[in-house]
Ligand binder design. Structure first.
Ligand code: SAH
Ligand code: MG
Length: 214
């Protein structure tokens, strides 16, 4: 929670879905402690995809397929490639994707994104980064050349429960200090990149929307 709790709860309540299959995945995630996007992020991500209408999407961090399914629902003509390092999650994602009948258009790859990305030959209209927070800079450096001009990069959890905005986590000894520092560096890297325009959005754990101008 980053913004006022009452406001966040209000927005979250207004963002609930009545899709039974989606709710089942949400319940599974809750029970098994899998950090899928929250309802307000789901709506926001879906909105970006609706507006952008990307032909090709790359996702780093499939988990159990929820956000891939959301993006596919938002844009029926999109093809998605999504990478997941954890085999149990990968298998669960495949099952969930089949339940929606999206298996032809959502291609799940099991492996470490750091290695898998280098093997991808496509260019993408939209990239969603939502995996290990300490590695966002690596993911960015490996994917930015695969993001088309006029493409959109969405980065999730960039404020790390708001800690990224607080000096104390960057200057003192703290267990989470490495992730916080790295996310802070990641934000600076994107903000200062002349090819890109970025906007930080304080919903849930913080998102960054980045547009590639050139
Ligand atoms: N995008 C999903 C949630 C992803 S949670 C959704 O909102 O529905 C983050 C996922 O990233 C976890 O499942 C984790 O196993 C995966 N992950 C972490 N490091 C990774 C890496 N190096 N390569 C691929 N996946 C990774
Ligand atoms: Mg996330």
């Amino acid at each position: 929670m980053i913004v006022n709790k009452v406001v966040e709860e209000y927005i979250r309540k207004k963002s609930q879905t009545d899709n039974k299959l989606l709710r089942e995945i949400e319940e599974f995630a809750l029970k098994n402690n899998i950090p899928i996007i929250e309802p307000e992020v789901r709506n926001f991500l879906g909105m970006i995809v609706k507006i952008k209408k990307p032909c090709k999407i790359l996702e780093i961090g499939t988990a159990i397929g929820y956000s891939s399914i959301i993006m596919k629902m938002a844009s029926k003509d999109s093809k998605i490639t999504t990478i997941e390092i954890n085999e149990d999650s990968f298998l669960e994602a495949k099952l969930n994707i089949e339940k929606f009948g999206f298996e032809k258009d959502i291609h799940c790859i099991l492996g470490d994104a750091n290695e898998v990305i280098e093997l991808l030959e496509d260019e993408y209209d939209l990239i969603f980064i939502d995996a290990a927070k300490g590695q966002y800079i690596n993911f960015f450096e490996k994917t930015i050349d695969k993001l088309k001009v006029n493409g959109v990069l969405v980065s999730d959890n960039i404020l790390f429960r708001g800690m990224v905005a607080e000096e104390k986590y960057k200057t003192t000894r703290h267990r989470k200090i490495t992730i916080v520092k790295r996310l802070d560096e990641y934000i600076d890297l994107l903000i200062n990149d002349k090819r890109l325009s970025s906007s930080i959005v304080p919903i849930d754990d913080g998102m960054m929307i980045t547009y590639r101008n050139e």
